[in-house]
Design a protein around this ligand. Structure first.
Ligand SMILES: [Zn+2]
Ligand SMILES: [Zn+2]
Ligand SMILES: [Zn+2]
Length: 1070
């Protein structure tokens, strides 16, 4: 305190030199040639005076004098008349269109789920209450601070962009009449003043000297007063700072607490005033008291008192500027122009960019004011927002890198402004077209991620820092913002730049493809569970980004095909090690396959395959667009190599099976968690689901027998399906049984799961409906439980509300608890007990529930698959898996073992799955026979299943036998259903004779024979047209498949002549 008073004599002396009124000062400025010099001179005299008492300021007095001696004169100078009158007029001029209210941390914001372009578009409470959206479906959030109200931004809302208060024209009729556009003189003055104001703000904000002011401000006799200034960081605890201060300054607890609170709030604070040496000493003391083995010392600086004063005032001037700009769009534009002007002949970036680039070096309080300045100027004027965004992207890489090594929260980093720009559709498009922003973001990622690369150039996050990686996620998030609204108009340039960005993005995926490989631990348990969270977290972050990239690619055929080609190339580049490994031959039933001698249980395997999965996604979209037949124009048959594409996803599914079979139990919990997330709703769309699709792609393009041989080989089950297998090793039997179950389940999914637009003929709504149906087949659920189990899109929507009422009815809550949705009866028919998103527990719960229900309704307990939707043409060949030789062999083996009293290589679960596959085959044939004439249906499941094998028992006979086994009582109804189905198909096959028989016996129809004939003819014509269309597509697909097979003939066939010991079971061929 003593120090404060010692300086006051000097202070009074200078004050007495300035007895001017605001008006007089304004007119004096008017006479000066150079306003900037005059303005600085004025500030140099006054600012150190007003902000003298830094340690213990009288804030009210401070504010009063700064108003009186600086702001009022400035305003007089600006308006040329009494600013109070002028500002009052401006206030009613209706100049606002955007609300732009900046949110404080903790403030409630509202987003309309029906109308917001994306979930980042929010309203303040006032605007929300006065908008149409309060009657829509909305969400409430708590702001982390830093965002602002989007009311009035026509690009942020599909409908209702204005609240009542911000609607143009409606802003009050009186206001409209007395509209007071700024006159020319005021505008001219603004052009003179604002550049000086912003220049001073920037100069002082980024001033680095500790002891000296810029020469223009050094007009006073320099005093010897310094401050020891302590800065906030996110590493030291509150208590640690208090402790350090108490020790270093030898002060009371309350004083130390006061300082610490202020530092936390403002970001910095003078904790001691005095001579340079004394402050320097305090600085060293604080540093040494705050340092220990695990922590850096606190950040402390010694600053000259006048520097401190000017820096403080610069921020106050920023707030003043904010206020002035809120009155007029002209003011904002003039200010923005001044910020963007580059000094002629200087290498320096424009002023606003200099502030941006300095952001990471600034303390909290300063950042907040600078960001507000940007909000109230650039972000309120669309044209300037665009220019600001361009500057932002220009320095994006550097800004992000600084943010990543900074320790402040994201909410007070300049990089957090990205969401305000990147989510504006027109702006995003512009930034892609003009600045290639997608590439800029992905390259930034590629530059910050190398520290996580291993020697194979794959990511490895072992021992990562959560905080630092969390900062990298922010960059990933920017990709999402840029992609969140798909362009409706594509220019050639946009297409080119997008593709370049996509290529760059593939580089990141390349570093992820096959990352964090693992090997099965045998003998000893793994010592330390490896880190897995980081890699999974990145997968989660990327899920919707991957989906959005795929959707953008699918905007037109050409783009999609080029993207496909690029992605395919990238997958192939990552598969070179596989292609060069040694080979082995698998043989069954006269079919053989030469394949790599890879074993999931012994070799390295990874669950991270984003490249393969992106390719699967693009393939599905190609099918959806009906452009699959053009694929070979972009990827030649020789290069396609479908068995390479299938390989890695297949390994991943085998890994899951082996984990279930407890073969990996020595690898610890980390693997269990990874497998969990692989199939969990948060990740599965871009992990598990895509792997199933890739296998469907394989099944649609490979010879079905070869495909199944590959599956058998990778599941390491060739041995288990060998007839001669006999083992007394109970553990091995258990393991085999689990693996067979897992494999059969995946085969069911490959053939039966068609609820993906592009795989089957289904819509997005149908997909969501099916998910809901299967959830509610487990039990009735409240809304929240259903939502939790559905994947969210980039807008955090599940699509639940649009369809729920079609499949379920809401049951109001009873006395206690909450209301639940119950499945409608008519939706029960869609229940599939082997729904691929069921976990093991969900599966058995649903099965139990549905059997119980059927029992209560006095029905049989069979749960056959519902008839699946038709495959899209690109996937139509998948069904050939069902009636191929190897499948028949697998089914028969399972049935035979169930009958054989000596065999324990089967389970009831396995039997059920075999029944399910059988049912799918019969259903397929039935559906085909109902659609086309008998002689055209080449799908001959019935025929194959009724043929005799070497054991002299066909599947039909085996079923009859199984029905007689008392232990299989539980399966009886299903067997009966299957036998009936056999009959139905048989009858349909014999339909031609039947039709003759029935028509002659029916006389009642004769009455309206003529109309009937007409209808019949029309139906026949339509059926014929449909048939021709189908035939054409099928021919195309056959050609495609044939081509792939022929190209790889060598790989498929060069071993088929080789006699193997399995020749004994070549029954199917004859
Ligand atoms: Zn608002
Ligand atoms: Zn509003
Ligand atoms: Zn709305």
């Amino acid at each position: 305190m003593a120090d404060e008073e010692a300086g006051s004599a000097e202070r009074m002396e200078i004050c007495s030199e300035l007895p001017q009124t605001p008006q007089r000062l304004a007119s004096w400025w008017d006479q000066q040639v150079d306003f900037y010099t005059a303005f600085l001179h004025h500030l140099a005299q006054l600012v150190p005076e007003i902000y003298f008492a830094e340690m213990d300021p009288d804030l009210e007095k401070q504010e009063e004098s700064v108003q009186m001696s600086i702001f009022t004169p400035l305003e007089w100078y600006l308006f040329g008349e009494d600013p109070d009158i002028c500002l009052e007029k401006l206030k009613h001029s209706g100049a606002f269109q955007l609300c732009g209210k900046v949110f404080k941390s903790g403030e409630t914001t509202y987003s309309c789920r029906d109308c917001a372009i994306d979930p980042t578009c929010v309203l303040c409470m006032d605007c929300f209450q006065n908008s149409v959206h309060k009657n829509h479906r909305y969400k409430m959030h708590t702001s982390t601070g830093g965002g602002f109200c989007d009311c009035g931004d026509i690009e942020a809302w599909k409908t209702g962009p204005f609240c009542v208060n911000h609607e143009p024209g409606r802003a009050g009729t009186i206001k409209e009449n007395s509209r007071c556009p700024l006159n020319e003189e005021v505008i001219a003055q603004a052009r003179k003043i604002f550049p000086s104001v912003i220049k001073y703000i920037v100069e002082m904000t980024i001033w680095e000297e500790e002891k000296e002011l810029p020469p223009e401000l050094q007009i006073r006799k320099k005093n010897e007063r310094y401050y020891c200034v302590l800065f906030n960081d996110e590493h030291h605890s509150y208590d640690h700072v208090i402790y350090s201060l108490q020790r270093a300054l030898d002060c009371e607890l309350t004083e130390a607490q006061l300082h610490t609170t202020a530092i936390d709030r403002e970001g910095r604070r003078a904790v001691k005033a005095g001579g340079y040496a004394a402050c320097q000493e305090a600085k060293e003391d604080i540093k040494s008291h705050s340092e220990n083995v695990s922590q850096h010392p606190l950040h402390v600086e010694v600053l000259h008192s006048e520097i401190m004063a000017h820096q403080k005032f610069a921020l106050r001037l920023g707030s003043w500027m904010n206020k002035i700009m809120s009155y007029s769009s002209d003011f904002r534009q003039i200010f923005c122009q001044a910020c963007l002007r580059e000094e002629p002949g200087s290498e320096n970036p424009c002023l606003i960019s200099r502030l941006m680039l300095w952001d990471a070096k600034l303390y909290k309080g300063a950042r907040k004011i600078i960001h507000e300045l940007i909000f109230s100027s650039f972000f309120m004027e669309m044209e300037y927002k665009k220019l600001f965004a361009m500057e932002f992207v220009k320095y994006y890489k550097q800004l992000q890198k600084e943010y990543i090594s900074d320790d402040h929260d994201r909410s007070i980093s300049i990089t957090a402004l990205s969401v305000q720009m990147f989510t504006v559709p027109t702006l995003a498009r512009h930034l892609i077209e003009e600045q290639n922003v997608i590439s800029v973001i992905t390259e930034t990622l590629l530059e910050v991620l190398p520290e996580y690369l291993d020697r194979n150039n794959k990511f490895n996050f072992q021992g990562y820092s959560q905080d630092k990686l969390g900062r990298v996620y922010a960059v990933i998030c920017d990709l999402k913002y840029i992609l969140i609204s798909k362009p409706t108009i594509w220019t050639e340039r946009l297409r080119m730049q997008f593709l370049e960005g996509f290529r760059s993005f593939l580089k990141i995926l390349t570093c992820m493809q096959g990352m964090e490989e693992i090997r099965r631990q045998v003998g000893q348990h793994i010592e330390v569970d490896p880190d897995w969270e980081a890699a999974i977290a990145i997968q989660m972050q990327l899920k919707n980004i991957l989906l959005m990239f795929q959707e953008w690619c699918a905007c037109d055929e050409e783009l999609l095909l080029v993207a496909y080609k690029e992605c395919h190339k990238a997958v192939m580049r990552c598969s070179t090690s596989f292609m060069s490994s040694s080979k082995t031959v698998v043989q069954f039933c006269g079919h053989s396959l030469e394949t790599k001698s890879y074993r999931v249980s012994e070799d390295l395997v990874s669950i991270h395959l984003p490249l393969s999965r992106t390719l699967a996604g693009l393939h599905v979209r190609l099918s959806r667009l009906g452009a699959i037949s053009r694929l070979h124009e972009f990827v030649s048959f020789e290069d396609f190599q479908v068995e390479v594409l299938v390989e890695y996803p297949l390994r991943c599914l085998v890994l899951v099976a082996q984990v279930v079979a407890e073969m990996w139990r020595r690898n610890g919990l980390s693997l269990i968690s990874q497998v969990f997330y692989y199939q969990d709703v948060k990740c599965r769309e871009e992990m598990y689901d895509k792997d199933i699709i890739m296998l469907q792609i394989g099944a649609s393009l490979m010879d079905p027998n070869k495909f199944l041989l590959l599956v058998l080989q990778r599941y390491e089950l060739a041995e288990a399906f060998n007839k001669t297998v006999s083992t007394k090793d109970q553990d091995l039997i258990k393991q085999y049984n689990t693996l067979i179950e897992e494999m059969l389940q995946v085969l069911i999914y490959i053939v039966g799961e068609r609820y993906v637009p592009g795989v089957g003929n289904v819509t997005k709504e149908e997909v969501t409906m099916r998910e809901i149906i299967h959830l509610l087949c487990i039990e009735p659920m409240p809304h929240s439980a259903i939502a939790k189990n559905l994947p969210e899109n980039e807008n955090n929507e599940t699509g639940l509300e649009n369809v729920i009422n079609k499949v379920a009815t809401f049951k109001k809550p009873g006395v206690s608890g909450h209301g639940v949705y119950e499945l409608k009866d008519e939706s029960l028919k869609d229940f599939n007990v082997y729904f691929y998103h069921y976990s093991k527990t969900q599966h058995s719960k649903a099965e139990h529930m549905q059997k119980k229900r059927r029992k209560q309704e006095n029905k049989d307990e069979a749960l056959p698959p519902p008839p699946p939707p038709e495959f899209c043409p690109a996937f139509s060949k998948v069904i050939n898996l069902l009636n191929c030789d190897i499948m028949m062999y697998i089914l028969r083996t399972v049935f035979e073992r169930a009958i054989d009293t000596d065999s324990n290589l089967w389970t009831e679960g396995m039997l059920q799955m075999a029944f399910h596959i059988l049912a799918l085959g019969l259903l397929e044939e039935k559906q085909q026979l109902q659609k086309a004439p008998e002689e055209e249906v080449t799908f001959d499941f019935y025929h194959k299943a009724s043929r005799l094998g070497s054991s002299a028992m066909n599947i039909h006979i085996l079923l009859e036998k199984l029905k007689g086994i008392p232990q299989l009582e539980g399966q009886k109804d299903m067997i009966t259903w299957l036998l009936q189905m056999f009959d139905t198909v048989k009858r349909l096959r014999e339909k031609s004779c039947l039709i003759v028989a029935t028509t002659s016996g029916l006389e009642s129809i004769k009455n309206d024979e003529i109309t009937h004939d007409k209808e019949k003819a029309e139906r026949k014509r339509k059926a014929e047209a449909a048939r021709l269309h189908r035939q054409k597509i099928m021919a195309q697909m056959s050609a495609l498949q044939k081509n792939f097979i022929e190209t790889h003939k060598l790989m498929y066939d060069n071993t088929s002549e080789m006699p193997g010991k399995e020749d004994s079971i070549m029954e199917e061929e004859r």
